[in-house]
Design a protein around this ligand. Sequence first.
Ligand code: GLP
Length: 258
Amino acid sequence: MDEHPPAAPPAPIVVADPAEACGRVAEELHTLLAEGARDGRPVVLGLATGGTMVGVYAALVERLRAEPVDLSRVTTFNLDEFLGLPAEHPLSFWSFMTQHLFGPAGFAPERCHFPDAELAAQQPGLAGEAYQALIARHGGIDLQLLGIGRNGHVAFNEPGTSAVAVTRVVPLHEHTREDAAAAFGGLEQVPTHAITMGLLELRAARRLRLLAFGAGKAAAVRAMLSGPVSPACPASLLRNHADLQVLTDGAAASALDA
Ligand code: GLP
């Protein structure tokens, strides 16, 4: 059964360079945060890691320095975390977020959530359910940031993932581990499993903003936007979302038909 009938995929927003895309997304985030603070409304952000996000967070930090916003009612949920790394490990996603966003922007650490990788190593089902329940208790995600893996994965939803997959422990695809090998100082050091939000939670976010830069992402962007809607490319399962923007540079859009 195909619950995603073919529909015109969203046209990507192709910009001159990554900095422009990051600036646009940072501006949207700043507006969302400022409106929430002004109206006394809690804002819930879904956050991603990866090199693609570094520029987004740098632009947001800069924007918040230029025009400060009260962040005391902002809650964040990160997409995923490696199993087997303590949070303080320099390559944990917690460390990444603390370095690039939470520290410099002044987010309240107790409101910044990650799937519980320690619990997940012992009781994977419980860890997944707890994270889903926590997101639901906060009313769901207002805006979810996403990168894309070169095999079309989003978060750690690897090829073969169902559109209704929820937060759970997953084995990492060999490509994903290879991509992380340099940072970890060798493939053997790269964790074999992670806990990740599922496509069901991602599809439930009210806005999705996916960014992809560089020729290495061109095939994944093409599969996401022009290929079949299929678990073979998990990102394609987000294609019919009502408020999805895909922001790319020219290189990442270069495999799309003109
Ligand atoms: C990891 C993350 C994904 C991210 C992807 C791409 O696998 N779990 O969320 O989208 O890497 O990372 P990068 O932005 O470094 O290319």
